[in-house]
Design a protein around this ligand. Structure first.
Ligand SMILES: [Zn+2]
Length: 286
């Protein structure tokens, strides 16, 4: 409809600036990362941008705990084999990767002690279960996580919380989506992020938005944050997860090199040529 040269670019500039003001409004920012690496891959550019503007965002890895004493399941052994980490070194190794990524992004890492789904007994023994329905006896877990994060306390108007949309449907991501929705309904400023690389398949976003709407939670766009200034930091941070990168990106590229990962992430992120963004959603007012 609008064919005036340069006009689309001007509009994009203005909307990017407006989104920057929106982003930097709250005084403190806390990203909820289900596992090590989720926030770096999904919203590392935004986190680095906040850090560059003296907002020192906190990245809370919620399911940062490992195996409990007892027999190791075959599924756990298989995951450790793929990550090339042994049971003794897996959590320390993954914390080191997260800390290295945080140093690059300028974020403040924090580790909660909820065990990862694969370590929670025999509830999730293979990928179909890990990416299926949450176990019925874990219904209280989102409230426990919210309590550990102080989200059950009165709303702090100076705070913004970032929670996953659970694209890809991993059960741990679903728990944080639930905790985020509950917090948003209580009045917390919650932005929901698109989980990557699951979200590289566009069907995952449509599926999630549809299913939430059926459940009475309509999400609308909150912001598209221009991360061109911090894109290199984001990819550098992703490359810190040496144990995860070949596994995570195996569906995206046969050779998980920095260039291949950069290209796959950029193809998804570029709202228009040269402007990669990270998109956020929020709960529409009832
Ligand atoms: Zn995850």
């Amino acid at each position: 409809m609008d064919t005036e040269p340069g006009r689309a670019g001007d509009l994009a500039d203005r909307s990017v600036r407006a989104d920057a003001d929106l982003l930097l409004g709250p005084a403190w920012h806390r990203f909820l990362s289900p596992h090590f690496d989720d926030v770096s891959i999904s919203c590392g550019g935004t986190a680095a941008l906040l850090a560059a503007n003296d907002h020192a965002p906190e990245v809370c890895v919620i399911f940062a705990e490992g195996e409990r004493p007892g027999p190791q399941t075959a599924f756990v052994a298989e995951q450790h084999r793929r990550w090339r980490l042994d049971a003794e070194g897996v959590i320390a190794g993954r914390r080191r990767e997260e800390t290295a990524a945080a140093t690059i992004l300028g974020t403040v890492p924090r580790f909660l002690t909820f065990p990862d789904a694969i370590y929670r007994g025999t509830r999730y023994l293979d990928d179909p279960h890990l990416f299926g329905d949450v176990a019925p006896d874990e219904a209280a877990l989102p409230a426990e996580i919210a309590s550990a994060l102080g989200l059950d306390r009165p709303v702090d108007p100076a705070a913004r919380v970032y929670a996953p949309l659970a694209l890809g449907n991993h059960v741990d991501h679903q728990h944080l989506l639930r905790a985020g929705l509950d917090a948003a309904r209580s009045g917390w400023d919650v932005w929901f992020y698109e989980d990557l690389p699951y979200g590289l398949d566009p069907a995952t976003l449509a599926t999630r938005l549809d299913s939430l709407e059926r459940d009475g939670a309509r999400l609308v766009p909150a912001s598209s944050v221009d991360v061109s200034a911090t894109w290199r930091q984001k990819i550098d941070a992703i490359m810190c997860y040496a144990s995860q990168v070949p596994v995570i990106f195996r569906h995206v590229t046969t050779v998980p090199s920095r260039d291949q990962i950069d290209a796959a992430m950029r193809a998804y992120a570029e709202a228009m040529p040269g402007i990669p963004v990270e998109r956020y959603w929020r709960l529409a007012p009832a």
